[in-house]
Design a protein around this ligand. Sequence first.
Ligand code: HEM
Length: 308
Amino acid sequence: EESVTADQVVTGIEHQFGVTPGQRRNHINGVCVAGSFVGNKAVQPYSMSPLFSGKVIPVLGRFSLAGGSLKIPDTAKNPRGMALEFRLPDGQVQHFTMLNVPVFGAATPESFYDGVVANTPDPATGKPDPEKMAAYKASHPDAKALGEYLGKNNPIASYANSDFYSVHTFKFINKNNKSTLVRWRFVPQDGVKRLSDEELKTAPTRFLDQDIMNKTQAGVVRWDMVLVIGDPMDEQTNPTIYWPVDRKEIKAGVLALTSASPQQGGACEKINFDPLAMTSGIAPTNDPVLLFRSPAYANSYAKRLTGQ
Ligand code: HEM
């Protein structure tokens, strides 16, 4: 495994999906949302982040569909994203840029790049080469856990009925400088609902964006943030590995979304939801995928802001 650069990986994604000038190279389909978050003070023994002050914090967000082509349908068996920008006092921002799967499909940026290359259409056929895909699968066991999860869990019926996961492990740091390994998930108060195999066949190409616009117009759509407290020996740097199921969990807050609007010209369009935008009290681990995301998003952001 040769090491890869952000530019190489984003260029690889462009080869896989093509380029839509001015738009995101990945998670291109999406919708802007807004609302607020109230963190639970019970988290303060773990984190001094102003997120858990108990006060109402304005949130700007974006739901999205993984992949870099506008043609990918809402029924695609791939992850959905929820990106949140918490607008904290003093102009600070905290980002959570999550997926609706508990594990990722690559343990390193190199492995992610291998997946991009293997899934890039062959110019001769317009489709990825089945032999290359099989060879990638056989040589990348780190892709297995996500593949199994997506195989067992059909796409969601609505963004309002999806759970979303940190995927990576993060560090929460309290005011005594004590560090705790954590993961988290957002659980929809209206429950997780997936399309049945039958519904998958009949669902329209696009329904997710209009659905969340309708739901937020009709009422407030809420998620509970559930914080998972890790043991010091739990997996830190590999986002493809599940934690044991019996870890302590705390209700960390409630996200309430009150509006949604198309991304074109919307408040989320020109945001770079860099997952490393953090405030005191929350810090990254040395997960190489998490650390790589920051330069990769900056690369895509710079291109799309300049109309490329
Ligand atoms: C090596 C691994 C990864 C690479 C190279 C990568 C690359 C990208 C790129 C280039 C974008 C578009 C950024 C922009 O133009 O603003 C993007 C968006 C996104 N990625 Fe990743 N990504 C990776 C892993 C992940 C992981 C692990 C997660 C979640 C745990 C994730 C969640 C998202 C989400 C939710 C968005 C959409 C953000 C928005 O709404 O603006 N990605 N990714």
